[in-house]
Design a protein around this ligand. Structure first.
Ligand SMILES: Cc1cc2nc3c(=O)[nH]c(=O)nc-3n(C[C@H](O)[C@H](O)[C@H](O)COP(=O)(O)OP(=O)(O)OC[C@H]3O[C@@H](n4cnc5c(N)ncnc54)[C@H](O)[C@@H]3O)c2cc1C
Length: 395
């Protein structure tokens, strides 16, 4: 094991055991002071997105945290990146914004850093890191979701080496605002998943139709929508990795995204816990603070358990990652646990707050709406349970 790996493991272990880690606390304080607490941005009907906050994060270097310095990023280690995302989730109630940050950092940017050529990185990374451009990851289609490689999008190689892309990609994070879409399409339909390739497709090309914003239950500030590609011709150097490498690129990105995309939500769960403890101490009924009643205090203890369990699994996945081991099992467990915890704790928080937990103006119910999407994105929790069962040799 190299010193670098040892250093990373030590940093992750410190992050794991220190709930008051200074990196996390600094990020939380910065987010509370500098970012909006939006549930919805009413002014911008194309995205509902707090663009100014996004740019403020870019100025602070957040989008570039995990990107190596030679590619224009901060070159931060995984522990610093995860602690920062947790802190942002604690300090900023706009879970749509923090989800979008985690999503870009852990999916499209990871794809570019790991699989792109120097020319491709030089073209796309600067704008993503300075907050002026957006990228979507285009896998899901109307007829292929969990069964991702049943995709119908095609990319036909033309005589001059360029490709003609056709297809419809749906429910894409950043869809309505993206400048770049990493499109997964079949270059050899007979080869199944081995025939899938990934392309960097600029959305200003003729034949790209950027669909309107899709409104959703929660994380309403995350831009979300569809893109269609009709005879879009992209040059040969738009290929990300080799032809036919799309499935392995997608699998690698998805493991990373699944492992880490919940980092901000874990911070948000801690904020929710602290708010609920405060309320249970302040609110009196029957002559006592409601926290005096075991039914209330045990709900809060369950919230604490769930928060810590989710956090441990997040850093456990990161440690497996740092040692270079496969993280499919750890990432799947981390995502399932954090998703279930977020929903269960949001119901507990709402219950402890009584009517204030249900009425929108107090900001308690939005946590539940924001948590539900986790059941679906980056692989549904049911599909992830299938993966865990397979790794365990049960199926
Ligand atoms: C907030 C959000 C962000 C997203 N961002 C992106 C993005 O950036 N890029 C992108 O490409 N996609 C994105 N998606 C789409 C997401 O990846 C898909 O919604 C997901 O893969 C599920 O596909 P589906 O919606 O078609 O559901 P389906 O696959 O049709 O599943 C419907 C139900 O059937 C269950 N099911 C399906 N197959 C199985 C099985 N084998 N075993 C057990 N149960 C099964 C599922 O668990 C689910 O409950 C996003 C979705 C959301 C909600």
């Amino acid at each position: 094991m190299s010193d670098t790996t040892d250093d990373q493991l030590l940093a992750l272990a410190r992050a794991m055991i220190d709930l008051d880690h200074p990196v996390k606390r600094d990020a939380a304080a910065w987010a509370a002071a500098n970012l909006g607490q939006h549930d919805l941005v009413e002014a911008d009907h194309q995205s509902r997105f707090a663009v100014d906050d996004w740019r403020r994060c870019a100025e602070r270097g957040i989008q570039g945290l995990l990107v190596p310095t030679q590619h224009g990023g901060q070159g931060a280690d995984l522990a610093t990146t995860l602690l920062t995302l947790e802190g942002l989730g604690y300090g900023c109630a706009d879970n749509g914004l923090t989800f979008a940050l985690a999503s870009q950092i852990m999916s499209t940017q990871v794809a570019l850093v790991r699989f792109a050529t120097d020319e491709q990185r030089a073209r796309w990374l600067p704008g993503l890191l300075d907050g002026s451009r957006f990228a979507a990851l285009g896998m899901t289609e109307p007829n292929s979701g969990s069964d991702a490689f049943a995709l119908e999008a095609t990319a036909e190689r033309l005589d001059d080496g360029s490709y003609r892309v056709n297809g419809h990609k749906s429910y894409l994070t950043f869809g309505p605002v993206c400048d770049l879409c990493i499109v997964f399409a079949s270059t050899n339909p007979e080869a199944g998943s081995w025939g899938v390739s990934a392309f960097l497709v600029p959305t200003d090309l003729p034949g790209v139709d950027v669909g309107p914003l899709r409104e959703k239950m929660g994380m309403r500030t995350t831009p979300f929508g569809d893109l269609t590609f009709t005879d879009v011709v992209v040059p040969a150097d738009s290929l990300l990795g080799r032809e036919g490498a799309g499935a392995s690129i997608f699998g690698a990105i998805l493991d990373i995204e699944r492992a880490y995309v919940f980092a901000p939500q874990i911070g948000a769960m801690e904020r929710q816990l602290d708010d609920t403890i405060g309320y249970a101490k302040d609110r009196e009924q029957g002559g006592h603070p409601i926290g005096h009643y075991q039914a209330v205090s045990h709900r809060i203890v369950a919230m604490k358990e769930r928060h810590e369990q989710s956090r441990l699994l997040l850093y456990r996945a990161a440690m497996a990652d740092a040692t270079g081991r496969g993280i499919t099992l750890a990432a799947s467990l981390a995502k399932v646990a954090a998703c279930d915890a977020g929903i269960a704790s949001s119901i507990d928080a709402a219950t402890v707050h009584g009517a204030k937990g249900y009425v929108s103006e107090f900001g308690v119910e939005r946590q539940l709406r924001d948590a539900v999407g986790g059941l679906v994105y980056s692989g549904s929790t049911d599909v992830l349970r299938n993966i865990v069962a397979r790794v365990l040799g049960v199926t």
